[in-house]
Ligand binder design. Sequence first.
Ligand code: F6P
Length: 399
Amino acid sequence: MTQLSNKRVTASILLGILRQMTTTTRVGILTAGGDSPGLNAAIRGVGKAVLGHYGMEFIGFRDGFRGLAENRTMELDKTTLAGILTVGGTILGTSRDKPHRMEVNGQARDMTQAIVDTCRKHGLDALVCLGGGGTQRNALRLVKAGLPVVTLPKTIDNDVAMTDATFGFDTAMGIATEAIDRLHSTAHSHHRIVVVEVMGHRAGWLALGAGIAGGADVILIPEIPYEVESIAKAIRERSRHGTNFSIVAVAEGAMSGVDWHARQAAEQKRAAAQTETDKQAAKLELGALDARHAGNTIKLARQLEELTGLESRVTILGYVQRGGTPSPADRLLATRLGTACADLIHKGVFGVMVAARGEGTEPVPIAEVAGKVKTVPLDHSWIQSAKRVGTCLGDLSPS
Ligand code: F6P
């Protein structure tokens, strides 16, 4: 009797091993949200490790979650992955479509089940989603729908929670710094104020990093509400000491104290809203405030011109910051995160984002990342350093 049951156990173990040997792990990948330098390096990192090192199968989905919902695929093999390390953008294409609210034939539809069906159809054992904060939230929805998801953190804003860094940030910071360098000479020649707008709606990492590296005289970030008079005072002070030009690096989400408080109040209302009507009203209020904020950089330049008597000009860096070849640091980070992602899939670890931690990486639950924004802490060393070198941050307490 015991001999018989032992034989059965041995047979079932052998069957399991055989199944493992014959079923190849199939890995799907997509890129979602705004594009960012380093996405292709990450696709390559995951792909080369998955295909070459682990002998798994690899398939791409086009244009973010939409491609997954519509079963639009891209074959990813060694040939497709060759030569993309240095290429900007994403070979898969991207979109900001959300699984649970996707426009289909002019109507917003929940496409979660369609996505699950596509994954089943392809027999996916893992789904890798590359993206920023929005993508982490959407990935969590798919985790809850039962899919084996692993995410990687990308965005030029560097605002994804629980990771030391996101790929794309270093490249964008380099581009913005070079722009500030170039604006310096023209501002100097014409004795002007040049207000340079850097991306970053909710976090000021990019404006702060590039501003410090480029030696901007004023840096304005969303985390610190500014007073125009305080900025004008700092510029007038420079003029009094014989320097009659200034560079103002402003994050697109930086706000005056008045606007900042109005937005905070609207955010609180939205968080506290109990009924659908209250939620919609709070959303409308936030939308109106954001619409009012558009064009803020131009308004700021005009105000500074009036208050200082110095001619002002505006440069909006915009999408230049998201384009082109990734920096070596971003290629390295994307490759490190991508290959670590393949290792996790091999180990069967899902529902996690691969975070950068020091020189290494660490899996963190997507549930702990989704819905959070990594803003610049007010006691961050970059802020201290900026103040120590005399940079005006637009607040009332400049040191
Ligand atoms: O998330 C990165 C980011 O570049 C933000 O800084 C910017 O506000 C936003 O994307 C704009 O993206 P899009 O116009 O592509 O939606």
